[in-house]
Design a protein around this ligand. Structure first.
Ligand SMILES: Cc1cc2nc3c(=O)[nH]c(=O)nc-3n(C[C@H](O)[C@H](O)[C@H](O)COP(=O)(O)O)c2cc1C
Ligand code: SF4
Length: 419
């Protein structure tokens, strides 16, 4: 069995609109267990589990949790990042729509362990169904006494609110998200200070991805050590994969880290329609690298991907078959990120329109070798000097194809015979 359902075990079985059904299926049992544990023991279990954040960067969850836990303040905020604006990713929507209480249970465990006072669930503006389901779930949890004053008879008080975004991709970035909740336009801030020190309304704030939170009930249930045995040494547990593109069975699949990309595409996704050949895939979403077919036997693992100047990102795999033109894909990506740029820093604001002009020349077979040099240096400058992850990662698709598909760039130059 390639799939390992830890986070998605209730999907399709539990009624997402019924807290009673969730409770019947052992829901909130791990939160009740956590309430009886020492707070530090919960954090220690997370440390033992070696869980890494599932938003894309793979930051160790326990380090962030510990930094937030030690902060003393009147208000301590938590944010569940459910903005999921990146093309190719839809696994957070899947979790929220199908098992909302598992997200809340994970948040409650984290909140109790760190003495958080209030949480916001920030949901992408276009996710209307997820928004309604999460609001419903929060109301139900309040009625049952899982959220509110003296939770389940303890001395712990904790509040939760659901917020909706307004359609900007950049607001998924943690400081832009904080600004948005504060009622400002969603733009990032310079770090440090980090959100755990000075975040929402100036108070310590812990921000995690939806999928990250969903791991906490599993860690409490089986223990950090047992959790660390799943997956690989550096990437423990399971990963939700959003599989899309030229593949027969698109969808969300939960696999232990260590499964190869090819296994996901061929076994879970049932291969490419009409047995066409795979040309390339994009990993992580629109801001991820585009890699060739011969790399599909790589195991899904945060560090292994870094060896190849690549990354798992949030776990999207976009399959592109032999008919796909690299430059059409790049043009769409550059266009998307140029549109989503908030305009605050020069490399990203001014760089995207120039990238678009250059990529379009390759697309239209009008490029010169000077264009190739300009494209390469501009993509690297943007990657290295942009203020936030949007401008830093949007050129990754170009940088990766300049490495893996360089012949195609040369072919387009030779076609018009220019120098
Ligand atoms: C442009 C941009 C967009 C982002 N969008 C999201 C998003 O939609 N969801 C998310 O969880 N993290 C997103 N992130 C990452 C967040 O800033 C933050 O690191 C993350 O929520 C931390 O979660 P984790 O520690 O659980 O992985 C984005 C980052 C950048 C730079
Ligand atoms: S990189 Fe782009 S999105 Fe990020 S701060 Fe700069 S202009 Fe805004």
């Amino acid at each position: 069995m390639l799939e390992k359902k830890l986070l998605t075990k209730r999907v399709g079985i539990v009624n997402p609109l019924s807290i009673d059904d969730y409770i019947k299926q052992d829901g909130y049992k791990q939160f009740k267990k956590a309430l009886k544990m020492e707070r530090i023991s919960i954090i220690e279990e997370v440390e033992k589990s070696k869980l890494r954040g599932r938003a894309g960067a793979g930051f160790p969850a326990a380090i962030k949790m510990m930094a937030f836990a030690k902060e003393e303040a009147e208000h301590k905020y938590m944010i569940c990042n459910a903005d999921e604006g990146e093309p190719g990713n839809f696994k957070d929507r899947y979790l929220m729509e199908n098992d909302p209480h598992s997200v809340l249970e994970g948040m409650l465990i984290t909140a109790y362990a760190t003495r958080a006072t209030k949480a916001y669930i920030y949901i992408r503006g276009e996710y209307n169904k997820a928004l309604s389901i999460m609001k419903w779930a929060v109301d139900e949890a309040k009625e049952k006494g899982f959220i509110g004053k003296n939770i389940l008879g303890s001395d712990y008080d904790f509040d939760m609110e659901v917020r909706s975004g307004a359609g900007a991709y950049v607001v998924g970035e943690e400081f832009a998200l904080i600004e948005s909740i504060e009622g400002k336009s969603g733009r990032t801030r310079v770090k440090p200070p980090f959100p755990t020190e000075k975040g929402l309304f100036g108070y310590p704030t812990l921000i995690n991805n939806v999928e990250t939170f969903c791991n906490y009930p599993v860690i409490i249930e089986i223990g950090g050590k047992a959790f660390a045995k799943i997956g690989t040494a550096s990437s423990t547990g399971t990963k939700l994969i959003s599989l899309s593109g030229n593949v027969n069975q698109k969808g969300v699949y939960e696999i232990p880290f260590g499964v190869t990309i090819r296994e996901v595409i061929e076994t879970l996704g049932k291969g490419v329609p009409e047995n066409r050949k795979i040309k390339m895939i994009q990993l992580g979403g629109a801001c991820g690298p585009i890699i060739p077919e011969y790399m599909l036997d790589m195991k899904i693992d945060f560090d292994r991907f870094e060896d190849f100047e690549s990354k798992t990102g949030a776990g999207a795999i976009i399959v592109m078959d032999e008919r796909v033109d690299v430059f059409e894909v790049l043009h769409r990506i550059v266009n998307f990120f140029g549109h989503e740029s908030c305009g605050r820093c020069t490399p990203c604001r001014e760089g995207h329109p120039q990238l678009e002009i250059l990529v379009k020349r390759f697309l239209n077979h009008e490029a010169t070798s000077k264009d190739l040099l300009s494209l390469e240096s501009l993509a690297r400058v943007m990657h290295q000097t942009s203020l936030c992850g949007l401008g830093q990662s949007s050129p990754i698709s170009i940088i990766s194809t300049l490495g893996y598909f360089r012949d195609e760039y040369h072919d387009r130059i030779e076609f018009v015979g220019k120098v």
